[in-house]
Design a protein around this ligand. Structure first.
Ligand SMILES: NC(=O)c1ccc[n+]([C@@H]2O[C@H](COP(=O)([O-])OP(=O)(O)OC[C@H]3O[C@@H](n4cnc5c(N)ncnc54)[C@H](OP(=O)(O)O)[C@@H]3O)[C@@H](O)[C@H]2O)c1
Length: 286
């Protein structure tokens, strides 16, 4: 599970470990991640592991997948929760806008490159943390990376819309494999999210103090999607409070999925061999 070092991710990691699941917690190295994994191990007595990856970097996305494969031979639930809001436009070392690189490609690439392991472990699931922020978003197809007129909130909302499209596409492409994919909205949660400079970040901080729900409540649907049998009965869904909801309007329609998929393959620099490997896994069962 990514984004496991704080907020709702830490809660779900703890709950999964307490259930007796083997949990692999992922966050950026050099920070709190390894210590938090140690805390979760101590709190639960569970089988808890830690892998470091800066998921905004393409090389780290791949290195994470490789490190995981070297240590584990099955994957029952891939929980892709890492995400952030960037008040000012930044680019990663790959030259990709930071919100898109982390919130979208940081979920898309691991899901794509771990598809064979998921299918081999079926029944299995992919869970991506989206947000109702996507409700007001539309894809800027001619400027997905906000090179012009950057708005932190717009870039964030678009990345969360992409999360919903990715689970719809995974649901379609994984049909018949026994792998379900779902996105969810955790609610407005009091976490470290949005912390930092800028008007929106300060506004989020103030609003969290008065209106936000606890990380435990925010994590509940994520843990449920990662573990409940009900979440395997359907796929491609969007959820909040364990209840299926319609996808954001901008995520609907038959063309948006394939269009985003193609663009993402290019941006994530997926090789023809990796692409063919994914297609083989997905179509083998269809
Ligand atoms: N809080 C809310 O109200 C709310 C509402 C809707 C959706 N969400 C979504 O919920 C998810 C979790 O957020 P949260 O509220 O729990 O916030 P949080 O406490 O800030 O947690 C964010 C997690 O993402 C990780 N992360 C950030 N940048 C990363 C990077 N470059 N590479 C790898 N990991 C990175 C962080 O780990 P390190 O910093 O230790 O690397 C941390 O574990 C996010 O996707 C967020 O967009 C939150």
């Amino acid at each position: 599970m990514t984004g496991a070092s704080s907020g709702i991710g830490r809660v779900t990691a703890r709950d999964l470990a307490a259930r007796g699941d083997t949990v692999v917690m992922v966050s950026r190295g050099g920070g709190r991640g390894a210590a938090v994994a140690e805390e979760v191990r101590a709190e639960t007595g569970g089988d808890v592991h830690y892998l470091a990856a800066d998921l905004g970097r393409l090389a780290d996305q791949r290195a994470l997948v490789e490190a995981f494969r070297q240590r584990f031979d099955r994957l029952d639930a891939l929980v892709l929760n890492a995400g952030a809001y960037f008040a000012a436009r930044e680019e990663t070392s790959d030259g990709i806008e930071a919100t898109w690189a982390l919130n979208h490609l940081g979920a898309f690439t691991p899901a794509l490159l771990l598809a064979d392991l998921l299918v081999a472990s079926a029944p299995a699931r992919v869970v991506i943390t989206s947000s109702d922020a996507a409700l007001m978003a539309r894809f800027r197809w001619d400027d997905l990376e906000y090179r012009e007129r950057y708005q932190g909130w717009g870039a964030y909302a678009q990345s969360k819309l992409a999360n919903q499209v990715v689970v719809r596409e995974l649901g379609r492409r994984f049909a018949g494999t026994g792998v379900a994919a779902h996105a969810f909205h955790p609610g407005f949660v009091a976490t470290g999210f949005g912390g930092g400079d800028g008007f929106m970040a300060r506004l989020i901080g103030v609003a969290q103090r008065f209106f936000a729900r606890t990380p435990e409540r925010g994590a509940d649907t994520m843990t449920w999607l990662a573990t409940a049998d009900e979440a395997l009965a359907t796929t491609g869904g969007y959820w909040a409070d364990r209840t299926a909801k319609p996808h954001a309007r901008g995520a609907r329609g038959d063309e948006v999925g394939p269009q985003l998929w193609e663009r993402s393959l290019e941006q994530a620099r997926v090789t023809p061999a990796e692409r063919a490997a994914f297609d083989r896994v997905a179509t083998a069962a269809a």
